[in-house]
Design a protein around this ligand. Structure first.
Ligand SMILES: Nc1ncnc2c1ncn2[C@@H]1O[C@H](COP(=O)(O)OP(=O)(O)O)[C@@H](O)[C@H]1O
Ligand SMILES: [Mg+2]
Length: 484
């Protein structure tokens, strides 16, 4: 059964119909919501509607001004019948099933929205590189292409839907390609030559252009263009891809609300940042969040969010500001949560200390190929902090700071999925980490097209903080939390 949300606008009385794309939608003030209601009295992420079998559940996401039914504010959740009216700010809303009549109205509304969206995307971050990169312009324009890789003038690859494909596009010669890249460098204020053969640039929309020219690049000029995807993936997208399940989302929500510290681990391009972004949307809106990144990628929706970006040194080696520096400032700025885009070096030790001294609910990512590897990578980065501590002390810090490790993996069919959600319990006698797996991706072969089949499955292990969660009334029981 397909559902639509009917929104009645307070001043005009005009009705708008918005189709529910998945089984769960968010309602709030910002455009990141499925239903966005532009009024000051609406919280940026205000409420959620979930279809559970044929039941409709309405949930108030700790909004400032509440959700009302029949003139009364609902306590956290309420169940709705089709057509029941509820109120958020000045708006009246209803959930309807999609009859043919509404289907037609929805289609018109959808088309209008698409058109508006296209208008707003007309700004082209690649406009200034296009004249130099004529052979690959169509790739710069195509939405489904996430990366363009030039490995010399006649070897051009693209990444589409997670798969790398060789194209038949070519530059006329190595010289032409080199000239093109030098021109792009010049436009960005960087002269490329033997002394300075590398380019690493970020475009206005967050896309990146990286290049290495000969002699360092040995078989031609190498260029890699990472296109920033315009729309960040949301929870429902990941559920639709089979990357996570609703049940695991529920579990992660609990982890976030209980302010457990989360480390997302995965290889390059496995979806760490995407997942961190999604997990961050689960943070309650009344918390003060400080975000520190090397390159601003995360798109937090919360109002009370401060974002900081590290800064490399200038040509003369001056003015570098590291993640670690920014973390030091952050600790003096009364954070409720600290989010670090990726742990790479000296900041690790400071972050662990922060996590261990009351800054619960912090989150970050690390480059590692398994949950176990994530913890040992964290040890290595901690050692890079220049702290002289015995290994046991470092492991103690890590095992008490990190509560949950979520592993993202890229499978051979190009799909990205969560492969593990682990809880770190402490250290064993032999100084190894004691860990329990709460969720694990169970593979079930492949389909005819080679698509990996399987399911992120609850293992039956009970998280140690479940009792605490029940006492705090976040969940009723393990059965409720882990029901299908
Ligand atoms: N579960 C997923 N399914 C499909 N594509 C995904 C998924 N997670 C991430 N992506 C896409 O994969 C690319 C790399 O994701 P990103 O989160 O930047 O990876 P990482 O931070 O691990 O390098 C992005 O284009 C992103 O949109
Ligand atoms: Mg990343």
């Amino acid at each position: 059964m397909a559902y639509v949300v009917e929104v009645t606008h307070p001043s005009t009385g005009k009705k708008q119909l918005i189709p529910m794309k998945g089984r769960m939608i968010f309602i709030g003030r910002t455009a990141a919501n499925d239903v966005s209601l532009n009024d000051n009295t609406v919280s940026s992420r205000h409420a959620r509607v979930r279809i559970n079998e044929d039941k409709i559940e309405l949930e108030d996401l700790k909004s400032a001004n509440g959700v009302f039914m029949n003139g009364e504010r609902i306590t956290r959740t309420a169940s709705l019948e089709e057509g029941d009216e509820f109120q958020i700010g000045p708006y009246l809303l209803k959930i309807l099933t999609q009859s043919t009549e509404t289907a037609a109205a929805v289609k018109v509304a959808e088309e209008e929205k698409e058109k508006a969206k296209e208008e707003s995307y007309r700004f082209d971050p690649f406009a200034f590189v296009k004249p130099f990169l004529e052979p690959i312009n169509e790739f710069l324009e195509a939405d489904g292409i996430s990366e363009i890789m030039i490995n010399g003038c006649d070897k051009i690859y693209i990444e589409m839907g997670g798969k790398i494909v060789k194209t038949d596009k070519k530059f006329s010669s190595e010289k032409a390609l080199l000239a093109a890249i030098k021109n792009i460098g010049r436009t960005l204020g960087k002269e490329l030559n033997d002394q300075s053969p590398r380019l690493d640039a970020r475009l206005d929309d967050g896309s990146r252009v990286a290049a290495v020219i000969p002699p360092c690049a040995m078989t031609g000029t190498y260029v890699s263009i990472r296109k920033f995807s315009k729309k960040a993936l949301g929870i429902q997208d990941l559920i639709n891809f089979g990357a996570i399940t609703e049940q695991a989302v529920r579990f992660m929500e609990l982890v976030v609300i209980m302010k457990k510290n989360i480390l997302v681990s995965g290889g390059t391009g496995s979806g760490k940042t995407t997942l961190l972004n999604i997990v961050s949307t689960l943070i309650p809106h009344d918390e003060r969040i400080l975000v520190i990144e090397d390159t601003a990628e995360l798109q937090l929706q919360q109002e009370h969010c401060l974002r900081m970006e590290a800064k490399p040194a200038d040509k003369k080696g001056r003015g570098e500001v590291t993640i670690r520096d920014l973390l030091h400032s952050t600790l003096r700025m009364r954070p409720d949560r600290i989010i670090i885009g990726e742990i790479r070096g000296g900041e690790a030790f400071d972050l662990l200390q922060a996590m261990n001294t009351g800054h619960g609910g912090s989150m970050s990512t690390i480059h590692a190929n398994s949950p176990k590897d994530a913890l040992s990578r964290l040890e290595n980065t901690t050692l890079q902090s220049g702290i002289e501590l015995p290994l046991k002390a470092i492991r103690d810090q890590i095992s008490s700071a990190i509560n949950i490790v979520v592993q993202t993996s890229r499978f051979e069919d190009g799909s990205r999925k969560i492969s593990h959600i682990n809880e770190v319990l402490g250290l064993k006698e032999d100084m190894s980490y004691q860990v329990q797996t709460i969720y694990k991706y169970e593979r079930a072969g492949k389909d005819k097209e080679g698509k990996v089949l399987g399911h992120l499955t609850y293992t039956g292990n009970i998280p140690t903080f479940l009792d605490e969660a029940i006492k705090a009334d976040f969940v009723k029981s393990a059965e409720q939390l882990f029901k299908e």
